[in-house]
Design a protein. Structure first.
Length: 317
């Protein structure tokens, strides 16, 4: 089911919203998510442990590896919740599909929700060894059933580059979905053109390949072709952002306006890009400068329309 929302729809571990669903009856409210991000997205809460009937408060559960298989067991009793959790995750997977999510924010370290670094034990006793680190049961299911869904963990949004990546993905996902179920090929091509520099910032090679695919579309656009484009766009944005790739895009834009600028303006712009390259300023400094120059000097129309300048609301920077 596609939800006609102008805002991205983001699944979230309920405890990050401040819901008292933790094993100890507490919560893990994320202030940035609830006080800032929530103004610009629709949050859809999930708590697999509560939904599996484990209750609040409850015994601590662990991922335990036995004979190359992983189980969700209570500590220290050893009570097995693996089957109940698998049944619950099947239900959650259906709800995620129905909710038409653009991304998912998950609780760090949780045996159900953690994305990475989740402890995997040899047993349920308190002195059991940690034999590996991996991802929680829900995260494993989301990665298997929704391979291009943007996932982020509690704390990741405090890192500028990881925050940019997650926000780029969820807001681009919603923009493309808001084209409707049957956009014209020309509309999809225009949307790609507007996102070109954003895609380039994630991976120039993947951006060019996506561009070739879009250019090759002919006739009417099928639902499968549209879904494939949505998935491919998320795959491009799934590549890690780097300072070097941002600098490449900034210099690419600068090439369109440099001949129209005074010598002083050219020097200031080069210094701003160089300062960002050396980690002395944020991306917003050279990007804002270039945006004003592009608008002021009437650069190529496609550059004026680039989503890269404003991929998401300014308050989220």
């Amino acid at each position: 089911m596609q939800h006609h929302s102008s805002k991205p729809r983001v699944g979230i571990s309920s405890c990050l919203m401040g819901d008292t669903v933790r094993y100890n009856g507490g919560h893990q409210r994320d202030n940035f998510v609830m006080d800032v991000l929530a103004k610009h997205v629709e949050l859809v809460p999930f708590c697999p442990e509560v939904e599996a009937g484990l209750g609040v408060p409850r015994a601590v559960v662990r991922i335990v590896r036995r004979d190359e298989h992983e189980f969700l067991l209570e500590s220290p009793s050893g009570r097995d919740h693996s089957e109940a959790m698998r049944d619950t995750l099947t239900q959650i997977s259906r709800r995620v599909l129905d909710a038409d999510l653009d991304g998912f924010l998950l609780k760090r370290g949780s045996p159900t929700c953690g994305i990475s670094g989740v402890k995997i034990y040899t047993g349920t006793e308190r002195k059991s060894r940690v034999v590996a680190r991996g991802s929680g049961f829900l995260t494993q299911r989301l990665a298997a059933d929704f391979q291009t869904l943007a996932l982020a963990e509690e704390g990741w949004l405090k890192d500028a580059m990881l925050r940019q990546q997650f926000l780029n993905r969820i807001f681009t996902s919603r923009r493309l979905k808001n084209l409707g179920n049957s956009p014209k090929v020309s509309e999809l091509q225009q949307e790609y053109a507007a996102h070109k520099l954003l895609y380039m910032a994630h991976h120039p090679g993947a951006q060019r390949e996506l561009g070739r695919q879009v250019a090759g579309l002919k006739g009417s656009l099928s639902s499968d072709q549209l879904q494939d484009h949505l998935d491919q766009a998320q795959s491009v944005l799934g590549h890690r952002l780097t300072r070097g790739r941002h600098v490449n895009v900034l210099q690419h834009m600068f090439g369109y306006v440099s001949s129209k600028l005074s010598r002083v303006c050219r020097r200031h712009t080069c210094e701003a890009i160089d300062s960002y390259s050396r980690g002395q300023t944020s991306l917003l400094a050279p990007l804002t400068l270039l945006k004003h120059q592009v608008l002021d000097k009437g650069a190529h129309p496609w550059l004026v329309k680039q989503v890269y300048f404003d991929p998401y609301p300014s308050s989220l920077w």
